[in-house]
Ligand binder design. Sequence first.
Ligand SMILES: [Zn+2]
Length: 402
Amino acid sequence: MGEEVVLLLIVDGMSYSTLEASNTPMMDYLHRKGAMLTNCVVEAIPTISRSAHATIATGAPVEVHGIYGNKYYERKNGKLIGFGPKHLRAETIAEVAEREGLNVSVLGNKGLGLSDITQEMHTPGDEGGAKAIRILGKGASVIRVSDNTEVLEEARKQILEKIRKREPISHKQYVELDNVLAELVVETLDTEQPDLLMATFFGVDKASHGYGPTSREAIFTMENFDRILRRILLHLEEKRTKVSVIVTADHGNTEVNNYIDIVSLGREIDGVEEIITEGRRSARVYLEDDADREFVKDELLRIRGVRDVVDVYWDSEKVGDLMVFPGYSSTFGVGLITTRRSCHGSPAPSDSVVPLLYYVPGMKFEKYVIVRQVDISPTISSMIGVSPPKDSVGRSLFSPFR
Ligand SMILES: [Zn+2]
């Protein structure tokens, strides 16, 4: 084990409502010891995993890093394409660190391919998945996700089996997966001795989707994450490794009770070539060449529960001509097997303002009341002593560098 490590732990879909409803003694303890807990704005719209993981990795806005969401519709052959590391156009923190001779390990249990079989039968793009982890970790010497570790792969198989049998998936299985990942984190800290370790735990997002962000189940999963944090920090303390830690979410979650079948309704509008949902609180509209844009916008706005329709000005060949967002308690997710209680993807604060806790032992910092997700990568840069990724537009929360 090295003498010092920086941890970035991403709690997928952790909204303020979940955190505030939960008992988190470890995070509270860090807070008392000088950790900052503040509001982090997710500017990558849609507010979903892949775009947010790319922003965290690069410190760049979406139009620069090129990961516009989880997926897009390829017009020329009518296929859905998932965004992956090959679409990433900006430099990542892992690339900078490895070039400077540091070791970076990146882990995640997100790549389960569950949404293909459950909620997304009508749009086969994978939600989040292993690709979010591969985007976050692009350039890292160690990347461990469910498709390249036996333990996670086994856990994945068991959950898929339940889905096939149409048996309900208990939040306890997601908690179990988070615990499996926690042990992998501990093992990786010992075997790889990384200078920077980044890991994404997806339990809270899944429990929020299934039961709601302030449900007993989401709280149970959140509180389990706090125990995971304690487990990891105690392990490092035993090894006398100095640890600095950032805990945040890639995006939030919004409780929903109004379900809008935007895909079916949108396809009926004259001039719409295709419409796909992203995170279920946003949708992309691809127009036909001769479409009357203003007419389509008006028709979309007439759909009950639609709140906003906005023009897309960059890369519209790929990411569509319009984006549509639902109102505050609505979703475009119409589940075929399970009903979602919570979704994300929109610019509403419940989706786009998430907790950010950062801690360096023995250091006190000026409190920033609001930070941006693009600040995370420059902050990590100053913690590990390298320059920020070159397209990053954020600032270090630890400047001047210690
Ligand atoms: Zn999610």
